[in-house]
Ligand binder design. Sequence first.
Ligand SMILES: Cc1cc2nc3c(=O)[nH]c(=O)nc-3n(C[C@H](O)[C@H](O)[C@H](O)COP(=O)(O)OP(=O)(O)OC[C@H]3O[C@@H](n4cnc5c(N)ncnc54)[C@H](O)[C@@H]3O)c2cc1C
Length: 526
Amino acid sequence: MGTDNSISRRSFIGAASAAAAAATMAALAGCAPTSKEESLASTDPTSWDEEADLVIIGCGGCGSSAAISAAENGASVIVLEAATTMGGSAVLCAGSFVAAGTKMQADAGITDDPDLYLSDVKGFLGDATIERAGDDWKLFEMQAREGAATVDWLQAMGVEFNGPLPYPLHSADRLHVLTPTAGEWPKALQPRMEELGVQVHFRTPAERLITDENGRVAGVAASGRKYRANKGVLIAAGGMDSNVEMKKKYYSSAIAGIAAANGFNDGSGYKMAQMVGADITDLTDATSNLMRTSGPGPDAGITQKQKWMPYGLSNAGAILVNSAGERFCDEELSDKDLIPLCEAQPDRQCWMVYDEAVARNFRDFPNMIVSSLSGVGWGTVEDFIERGGIVTGDTIEDVAAQAGIDATGLTSQIDKWNKACKDAIDEDFGRKTFGREEAGTLGAGLSTPPFYIHGPIHAECNQSWASLAITENFEVKNVEGDVIPGLYSGGQMGHGLSPIAGGGHGGTMCWAFTSGRLAGKHIASL
Ligand SMILES: Cc1cc2nc3c(=O)[nH]c(=O)nc-3n(C[C@H](O)[C@H](O)[C@H](O)COP(=O)(O)OP(=O)(O)OC[C@H]3O[C@@H](n4cnc5c(N)ncnc54)[C@H](O)[C@@H]3O)c2cc1C
């Protein structure tokens, strides 16, 4: 892979980029389109610095797959990446892929196919979601039909998966989890890009799309250079996860300030696309703000009430406390209401506290703590203990000391909580659940050693669901629904209104790599 790897050159490009990006972002405020003269000014062929059949913005899961696939199909490729390394959110995540009909499944004797997968998803998403997706449901069908080929393709390049693992509400074991962590897949894809002659420019944030006199997207401006795309430009620049202003505008002020897992996904891709008339869709859902523990590995999400499971930790009797050992909320609130309260605690962090009676419910499938523990997929209490995300002790004092929580405060809080459970009245926060009968914890409070403290837990924006409107050929559509010639998208930035995310953990990663693989192949064929 041709890369700008020399330190002096990278430093130069990085500094130039920062200044240019700042100027561009200032110009972009309010997302006003540039004047026609300004975009046409760049079309003089003599002014291009580099050219390729395909220019890709973003070298995460989608961009790198598209680069390899396009190059495998005979296209020359340039990739512009804002960060210093490849991977994007796709290396920070838990690495779960849902795919039906993989070679791994066949080797394990698992019978599965895309129709079964689609029928499972239709069953648990319900007609309303599928109706809302409209024609974009076809994008989800594409993922269901092509996801297995993507997993096989990645494996053939040397990417390793754990599984296939079972998945609640899915009738076959179809969860494939990158192993040992999601951070490893570039070790297989980067050499493949190099072998295929893909040019990757790191520290090169794309700033603007360049259109020709017919309105066709002809190239990209980045770091003071112009990259001509003879067949097309693919925007695979992730979401608006770290852009507080955009999240305020498109979602809500309450969640806009929550830190992003990936600071490079700053919404610049949407802005560039909007400037050439692109439509943004799927703004109705909130950003995915996972409660994340900082202990074990890159992603150790923890949700209060797994929608896939009969009950979650708090529902079974766990409580949330701050560093003083004090509760601060009804733990059964929805994530949307709970997260701002967690954010308001000292150092924006909290801990989940429970006892053995609660913990014994989270040791086996399908009652896991979280659906996306790095390298593991569904994580049990033991999976978290092994990775350092949970401390245990025979006394509250001991476990509080290990977690760095005020032991006196926690002891008196647990006494109070135990009384609330006995009386079934939470005078402080009005919580209505005090354990569950089927979990063996109803009214029991937290009194069975050993005790467990899980955390610290932080709220984090993992991805925003906004999407460019795209066709089944990954062509970006304008607000009138017409294709913008020369412009393509996939991954987190391009999935339309399809319920790819609603299909559960593993849907978005599978889409990132699948849409990249197919988009690259399609653009190469033009
Ligand atoms: C903590 C966490 C856990 C997750 N767990 C899962 C999971 O288990 N399963 C699942 O399916 N999904 C999961 N996701 C979501 C998944 O990681 C994303 O859906 C996926 O990475 C999207 O791939 P992408 O290629 O579209 O974007 P990314 O992989 O984020 O790549 C986008 C790239 O574009 C670059 N970029 C941005 N702007 C520019 C610009 N202007 N110019 C040049 N480059 C730019 C970025 O630096 C980045 O490298 C998780 C996400 C996070 C953060």
